[in-house]
Design a protein around this ligand. Structure first.
Ligand code: GTP
Ligand code: MN
Ligand code: MN
Length: 591
């Protein structure tokens, strides 16, 4: 570790040094540590966390250099009801965000931060979201009193000296201030000031609340920046599909939290496809920044450098690439452990059994699952066998298709294509999904989650939809837009579509559509693959499954469009007329 100097002057940028000094004066840490991102620094931090029990070593034979962290039991997910977007005008945050006047929010947060780092070390983390040399990347500095946050940020971002050098060169950066505080849910707030490029997060050590580069910066603040600068910051995975001829198409897909992004991003083709030479490349699994290139196409980067993935359900069968990624150098949060100290979670399906649950108590299935449903792994993307070499390309990858999707047990077919960009924006805006364990609150309730950005859009959704529509300019070569639903259930309550690797069959149809090779059937809701559209060789589907996955329930869709109309009306006159026209046109076509 570079010396624990209680110094604020760790950079060549006066504005940064001043901010660090101000924060130190407020939070009163014992020491200030500027993170350089080196291996030595990381080793020292890990040793310190091992000594104080923040990290528990896992079995070094099976999981070298891997650690278990048990969070406070009340601090296991994002807290949407305590997350605020503080624009000067309430209207600019929109009905989709909780809002406080900026001055009031600063006062409230600064009162919490006052003296909160006494007895602790304050870490200053310069980081870059995106490849260090990419014009699409943006930098930030997170100040935190949590070494666990430092270790996670090191895996999730390009953190340390190179990022600081870029910040010093550019002179601007997103300011993120974080303290775990007392971990009291009553004193927990995640507050954003988009106009000031500032984040203040207090009282939680959980990923989405504490690793400020991720949701707070790369989505809430970045979406605001993106609107101003003409790009998009989205809750999307990015993957490359290489066909047997060696051509690669890149697809970006937005699904709500815990609805399959990480799984799709790391997809392993079904046996027959593998034999024919199909490959899937992972560019990103959670966040996508994209902007139009000189040729009119959208180019995308993954601003992250690691994966913060949901552990439960990850197995050699469901996601072998994820499992291979997390065999070493991984931080596990809130999973169970086996007798020989290997990480364990529901659905790992490796023939082992847990003895200790995520709270550190003897495992008792009657009491609680071994792993928390939102338990996670943090690992560098470089460890993923399918990690795309193009993920480090400063220009980003050209996007051929954008996919929206949610968890819909009923109504929504397996896949359909939007007629054009405006229709595609409506499909995204109207997205619905059943809630999951990724945020606190009830699970399994249908809610609208436009473009999977409900928890993450840093401004009024009405303006966000208008921003999306604005990409449809004369020279633009926009991607095709699709909607998928891997989660349709039969009358017996079971999933009708095998999902996972077999989702490639759906992606293949999309690419066929992009290349003008695949057929589709026109319906009021969009273009469906029709009977023979997908390659279903080797997939056993019942008649009920075929009906529900590929058919159109007209009466059900009439009700859905009425509900979409009601939802859009919540945004009032600010909503772009073109979107309402589109909704009305389809509602009418449905009869
Ligand atoms: P965040 O990281 O929270 O943004 O979520 P995510 O979208 O990356 O979710 P993830 O890929 O981790 O998926 C979580 C859940 O979706 C797990 O329970 C998976 O088993 C399930 N899942 C993923 N893909 C499929 C699929 O194709 N079919 C079915 N039935 N379940 C799936
Ligand atoms: Mn996510
Ligand atoms: Mn994920």
């Amino acid at each position: 570790m570079n010396a624990e100097v209680p110094s604020a002057a760790g950079s060549r940028l006066a504005a940064l040094n001043r901010w660090v000094a101000d924060v130190a004066a407020l939070t009163k840490p014992d020491a200030i540590h500027w993170c350089d991102g080196s291996d030595a620094e990381n080793a020292a931090l890990i040793a310190k966390m091992q000594a104080d029990g923040t990290l528990l070593p896992l079995n070094p034979e099976t999981h070298p250099n891997s650690w278990l962290h048990r969070s406070h039991p009340d601090d296991v997910a994002r807290v949407e009801h305590l997350t605020f977007v503080c624009t000067p005008e309430r209207e600019d945050a929109g009905p989709n965000n909780h809002w406080m006047p900026p001055a009031e929010a600063h006062a409230k947060m600064d009162a919490l931060f006052d003296g909160c780092m006494r007895g602790r070390t304050m870490y200053v983390i310069p980081y870059c979201m995106g490849p260090i040399d990419s014009p699409l990347s943006r930098c930030g500095v997170e100040i935190t009193d949590s070494p666990y946050v430092v270790a996670n940020m090191r895996l999730m971002t390009r953190m340390g000296a190179p990022a600081l050098a870029r910040i010093e060169r550019e002179g601007s950066f997103v300011k993120g201030l974080h303290s775990t505080g007392e971990l009291d849910p009553e004193r927990r707030f995640i507050v954003h000031f988009p106009e000031e490029l500032t984040i203040k997060s207090y009282g939680s050590g959980y990923g989405g609340n504490a690793l400020l580069g991720k949701k707070c910066h790369a989505l809430r603040i970045a979406s605001h920046q993106a609107r101003k600068e003409g790009w998009l910051a989205e809750h999307m995975l990015i993957l490359g599909i290489e066909n047997p001829q060696g051509d690669t198409h890149y697809i970006a897909a937005a699904f709500p939290s815990a609805c399959g992004k990480t799984n799709l991003a790391m997809l392993i083709p079904p046996e027959g496809y593998r034999r024919d030479g199909w490959k899937v490349w992972t560019v990103g699994d959670d966040i996508c920044w994209m902007r139009p290139g000189a040729d009119g196409r959208l180019y995308a980067i993954n601003p992250e450098a690691g994966f913060f993935g949901v552990a439960p359900g990850t197995s050699a069968k469901s996601n072998p690439n994820a499992l291979a990624s997390i065999q070493s150098n991984t931080i596990f949060t809130n999973v169970g452990v086996t007798a020989d100290n290997q990480p364990w979670w529901e659905g790992i399906d490796n023939g082992q059994v847990p003895v200790t649950d995520w709270r550190g108590e003897p495992f008792d299935p009657a009491k609680r699952p071994a792993a928390h449903p939102n338990s996670r792994f943090t690992v560098s993307a470089k460890q993923c066998p399918s990690y795309s070499p193009m993920a480090e390309d400063p220009h980003g990858v050209p996007i051929s298709a954008i996919v929206f999707g949610g968890r819909r047990a009923s109504l929504v077919p397996l896949v359909f294509e939007a007629r054009d960009w405006t229709h595609g924006v409506l499909v995204g805006a109207a997205m619905g999904s059943e809630t999951t364990a990724a945020a606190t609150g009830a699970v399994g309730v249908m809610r609208r989650d436009p473009m999977a950005m409900k928890p993450f859009c840093g401004y009024n959704f009405a303006d966000y939809f208008a921003h999306w529509l604005s990409f449809d300019t004369p020279g633009a070569k926009l991607p095709k837009v699709f909607h998928v639903n891997w989660f349709r259930k039969g009358d017996d309550g079971k999933f009708l579509w095998p999902g996972f690797g077999d989702n490639l069959r759906v992606l293949e149809w999309m690419i066929g559509r992009v290349e003008g090779k695949a057929d589709a059937v026109e319906t009021p809701i969009g273009l469906l693959p029709g009977e023979a559209g997908l390659n279903l060789e080797g997939v056993a589907l019942s008649d009920e499954a075929r009906d529900k996955l590929f058919g159109l329930d007209r009466a059900g869709w009439q009700a859905e469009f009425a509900s979409i109309g009601e939802y859009l009306a919540e945004y009032g006159p600010r909503l772009p007329r073109a979107l309402l026209d589109e909704q009305e046109r389809i509602a009418k076509a449905l009869g």
